[in-house]
Design a protein around this ligand. Structure first.
Ligand SMILES: *Cc1c(COP(=O)(O)O)cnc(C)c1O
Length: 450
């Protein structure tokens, strides 16, 4: 079986996510036969470094022997059981551990099976909490420009990436959108902290004006990943936590992409020393193995739903595969690796190597910025550096880097004109150097005037 034979069969029956399918008339679709560590191997035997952790989910490499063993063992014991009226040990052990690991006060765990659903759970729970407390006028949510919280209708409504949202706008509830602290937009010479503090004035105003109607503010702590890996200072989260308390509004931290060590700490909220009212987890939760997600919250919120059945205050939400035991087993093995391997410490070295490998790109005439938060490193290409004029999106410069990287054996899927590394934590220095070389060549090719 070859790449091209499989590609032909695929294109007859599949409809791929986030894809204009017509692109595949010219862009190869790559069927993967196997994975090992940072490597993916296609059906022609070609290997690619998975520089983006297969959409930010993989933490400890493909076919990780320890996670494999845990999933296999679970498979022979219990593959699945409903979580209503029933329970199982992997779900209990996993949530016990997460209550210990997450910021103080997050003591109740509600399972779903993907990131968007975890966000939907947080939105519904926040609204429902206020309703149960007699505050039914609270129906709205505050979000940041350029944010991303998933692609179901409610999560699109609280997101702000035009590419995903604009088309579906007529179907969406209206969120209150506040300018993001995105530090790419700071003035020259301004520090991340100063910019983030300055931008907080917009949030303060939105809260002051709308608190009576607002259930919660939802935020991606430190990095707006799908929004082109734009970053901000932890100070913003500190100010936000304080303001949410002052105005009686919940804070939802969507750590779906940034959780589990991506930003340099196990959870991004730790860098601001805050605890949100809701924390959404998915992606790295299972080490990139299986769809599973969790929404964690406070005991106080749980108690607002806890009453006699006839009061009809129970939270109403369920998915068929809620708390799947195989997913929980993968998540437990993932946490076990964090506990035994000093991962966060080792990542500090890896993150430094990533940064050092691309510092030369800061001088590139078509690189506006190289920015990094922990294990996320982004390189933003630009048409005109002095005036900060972006390339017209129709030119698809990022796609040129993608094509070059595939040729050279790396999966570097860009976000628009932003090339980024968000690799599995097991990546080695030699592989980082290889990625940096491929990215540099790709950016050179992609930014040539033509
Ligand atoms: C990926 C992502 C989601 C959505 O998760 P899915 O599992 O793709 O539905 C939500 N929020 C953030 C910040 C994400 O990066």
């Amino acid at each position: 079986m070859s790449n091209s034979a499989l590609m032909q069969r695929d294109l007859k029956v599949l409809w791929h996510p986030c894809t204009q399918m017509k692109d595949h008339e010219t862009l190869p679709l790559i069927p993967i036969r196997r994975g090992e560590g940072v490597w993916l191997e296609d059906f022609d035997g070609k290997r690619y470094i998975d520089a983006i952790s297969s959409w930010w989910v993989n933490l400890f490499g493909h076919a990780n022997p320890r996670i494999n063993a845990a999933v296999k063992a679970q498979l022979d014991t219990l593959e699945h059981v409903l979580l209503a009226g029933f329970s199982h040990e992997p779900a209990i052990r996993l949530t016990e551990q997460l209550v210990q690991l997450t910021p103080a006060g997050l003591e109740r765990c509600f399972f779903a099976d993907n990131g968007s659903s975890a966000v939907e759970v947080a939105l519904k729970m926040s609204f429902h909490y206020w309703r149960n407390r007699g505050r039914s006028k609270k129906t709205r949510f505050i979000t940041l420009t350029n944010s991303y919280h998933g692609e179901t209708l409610a999560t699109l409504a609280v997101g702000d990436v035009a590419l995903y949202k604009e088309t579906y706008e007529p179907l969406l509830m209206k969120a209150i959108t506040v300018p993001s602290p995105d530090c790419f937009l700071r003035e020259e010479g301004e520090s991340w902290a100063d910019h983030s503090r300055k931008m907080f004035a917009h949030m303060e105003r939105a809260l002051a004006e709308n608190a009576d109607e607002v259930c919660a503010v939802i935020v991606e702590p430190l990095v707006q990943c799908a929004g082109n890996m734009r970053m901000f200072h932890p100070l913003y989260l500190e100010l936000l936590r304080d303001a949410c308390d002052r105005y009686g509004v919940h804070l939802i931290a969507d750590e779906i992409a940034v959780g589990f060590g991506r930003t340099g700490t196990l959870f991004a909220c730790e860098q601001a020393g805050i605890s949100p009212d809701f924390m959404c987890l998915s992606k790295g939760l299972t080490g990139g193995y299986l769809p599973l997600s969790l929404t964690l919250t406070h005991e106080l919120i749980y108690q607002a739903f806890y009453d006699d059945y006839e009061k009809l205050t129970a939270f109403l939400h369920s998915h068929s595969y809620t708390g799947n035991p195989l997913g929980c087993a993968a998540a437990l093995a993932t946490l076990e690796i964090f506990a035994s391997d000093n991962v966060i410490e080792r990542n500090r070295t890896t993150a430094r190597q990533m940064g050092e490998a691309v510092t030369h790109l800061e001088q590139h005439p078509h690189v506006a910025e190289v920015r990094q938060t922990g294990m996320i490193l982004a390189i933003e290409m630009i048409q005109d550096k002095a005036s900060r004029t972006p390339y017209p999106w129709q030119e698809r410069r990022g796609l040129r880097v993608y094509r070059h990287a595939l040729e050279k054996g790396a999966l570097l899927r860009p976000l628009g004109n932003v090339i980024y590394f968000m690799p599995p934590y097991v990546i080695e220095e030699e592989q980082i150097r290889q990625l940096a070389l491929i990215a540099t060549e790709g950016i050179e090719l992609a930014t040539r005037t033509d």
